[in-house]
Design a protein around this ligand. Sequence first.
Ligand code: HEC
Length: 152
Amino acid sequence: MKKRTLLLSITVAGIAVAAAFGWMTIRRGFSARDNPSAMEAYVARTARTLSIPASEREAKNPFAATSEVLSEARAHFADHCATCHGNDGSGKTEIGQNLYPKVPDMRQSETQNLADGQIYFIIHNGIRSEEEDEQRFLNEGKAPETKRKIHR
Ligand code: HEC
């Protein structure tokens, strides 16, 4: 196959996939009560992963998991995060279950397998187009401690 034909086929296939994704999304509707489709969740998660610079991802938590740090982290989490995430991180709260997307169960591997730096980045910068902007809830410097609670 000629290079030009190959490129054209790839472009046409790409447009077809994007159109199918767009059509399916529109047909599903935009109810915030729904769960995101598997495709939407995958795209959002991949975009979020790609948006975190490698240097940030590899950053280490400067706080040791001492009982003092953990107890401060628990108190901070209870005050600022548990309304949505639940004190146990399950996300089974009235607010958490009525957001779009619903808050994830942070005890599961999807959250637990995030690197320290990724969790810090998410807490510090928020996730675009959601309620998630912990920056507002956090005093500078508190995020690593809070993360300690999520990510032991
Ligand atoms: C107003 C509700 C709300 C509050 C308060 C809140 N969160 Fe969230 N959080 C969310 C939602 C919704 C998501 C899911 C976002 C997504 O998946 O796109 C989320 C996602 C996260 C994630 C990513 C988990 C994952 O596996 O992707 C982390 C980490 C997190 N929150 C930490 C915190 C911390 C720490 C606090 C307190 C400082 C906090 N959140 C306060 C609603 C909230």
